[in-house]
Design a protein around this ligand. Sequence first.
Ligand code: ASP
Length: 354
Amino acid sequence: MIANSRHYPSDRKASLLMIYTGGTIGMKQDPSDLTLKPFNFEQILEEVPELHKFAYRIDSVSFDPIIDSSDIEPASWMDLASMIRENYDSYDGFIILHGTDTMSYSASALSFMIEGLTKPVIFTGSQLPIGVPRTDGKENLISSVEIAAAKDPSGHARVPEVCVCFDNMLMRGNRTSKINADNFRAFRSENLPPLAEAGIYIRYNDGLIRKPDDWNRQPVFHTALDTRVSILKLHPGITPQVVRDILCGKETRAVIIETFGSGNAPSRPWFISMIKEAAAMDKILLNVTQCLAGSVNMDIYANGKILKEAGVVCGYDCTTESALAKLFHLMGKYKENREVRELLEENLRGEISK
Ligand code: ASP
C-alpha cells in the first residue's frame, strides 16, 4: 500500500479517507494496444476539481499495485479492513474506489467483516474512465464524498453502513448485484429500496438506514475468512456427475445452491439422494434463488419442501454475492457447522428480509 497524502483546503468539517484499489474509474486507454490500463491515482483527483469545492479534508491511500477488480481476492478484503481499522479514529468516512466487476462481492464482504460500524464505507467506481468526457466517474465520486461526509443533526454519520454508490443511487452494499456491463445503471438492489437517491438534493431514506447499537463502541473487525464454498447453479439438464462433484467435493465445506423461483429444485430421486448424501457429509447447503428479486420459501412447493427436509438452509432474499461473503465470514468465525447454519438464517447486517 502507498499513502498519497493529499489534503484539500479544509475547515475540518469532515475528514475522509479515499482508498483506491483500481478499476475503470482510474484507467486510460493505452494507444499501443487500445486496452484500458490503470493510471496514477493523483491524476484521478486532478480530473475532479469539483472536490476542491467541498470544505472537507480528503486523504488518499492506494493499493500498490492497483488491480482490475476481477483480481480481487479475500486477501484484498483483509487489506481494506485493515486500512479502515488503522484509520478508523482519524476519519469521518471512507470511500473505496473499486472496479465494478466484483464491487458487490467486496461490499458484501466488508459489511460482514466490520461489525458495529459507526461511519460510512462507500464503494464507488465507474463504467467509463474518469478522463473521458462522458464519464460517470465524477458524479459517482462527488455523490460518494458528500454522502460519506453527511451527518445527522446529533452529529452522527447519516449512513453508518457499507454501501455502493452508483448512478445517483446509494444502496446497501450487501444487497447489490452488478446487472449491466454497459449501462451507467450498473447495479441494482432489487430486494431493498435505495438508502438514498441523489437528485437536486440527496434524499435519504432514513427509515431504512441501519444504526449501531452504541455509537461510542469501536467496531469489531473480523478478518478470518474460510473460503471453502462452491456454488451450484441449477439448470435443466444438469448431470448427476456435475452435481456430485460440486456438492460432495472433499475441499468443500459449504455449497450455495442457486435454485429456481422461490427455492425449488428438481425432485428426481438421484438429485434428492445427492443432497441427502452431502447433508450426511455435514456440508452446509444454502438455498438462494436465481431470480433477481424475491425470496426463497421452501414451504410453498413440494420441490422446495424436499430440500428443507433434507437439511438445506433458507437463504431468504440474499444475493449470491452476499451469501458467499456471509459464508466466508461465518465459517471463518465458527468451527461448528451447526452454528454457521443457525446464523445463516439470521439477519446479521441487513442482508436479508425476514
Ligand atoms: N474490469 C473493471 C474492474 O472491475 C471494470 C470496471 O471497473 O468497471 O476492475
